[in-house]
Design a protein around this ligand. Sequence first.
Ligand SMILES: [Zn+2]
Length: 187
Amino acid sequence: MPLLYELLDYNKTFVENEEYKTYVSAKSPKKKMVLVSCMDTRLTEMSFKSLGLKNGDIKHIQNAGAVISHPYGSTVRSILVAVYMLGVEEVVIMGHHDCGFGALKPEPMIKEMKKRGIPDNTFEVLEHSKIDIKSWLKGFESVEDSVKESVRKVYEHPLFDNSVPVHGLVIDPENGKVDLVVDGYEN
Ligand SMILES: [Zn+2]
């Protein structure tokens, strides 16, 4: 059975058996915090468990690399919504060691796009539109520097309330150890 149908099939039983009752939680986060972490599969549960967080505790945003790449992209927008509309009082950006996005080089990905049929001239059009695809698809050298850079971008955002602390953490997906990179209380 294709994956999607398998999921939908499972969902029927989930609802029928009222299994959702275990997971129902309040709309506002109990701990008044928003966490930005990577979409790495190893962190799905590890990022919560390693910090003692439970379902319903926080707002959680995930993207490739836990990186704030654009001041007016959806990650920053989500942070702003969390702060201004959802009662969030602290922001945490948590990168991780051995990050697949960090190791990303644009060339192999562009090659793969072309292999799957994205025409050469699409890249030329983007280039002419001043979209720097290569830097957009580039990972980072140091996860600590990447986290610091993302924290800085949030603080420097003209629409961000600077009295809200923004912390930077790095987690090891192998053992769950979390290191403090930026202590937002010291800002
Ligand atoms: Zn990652």
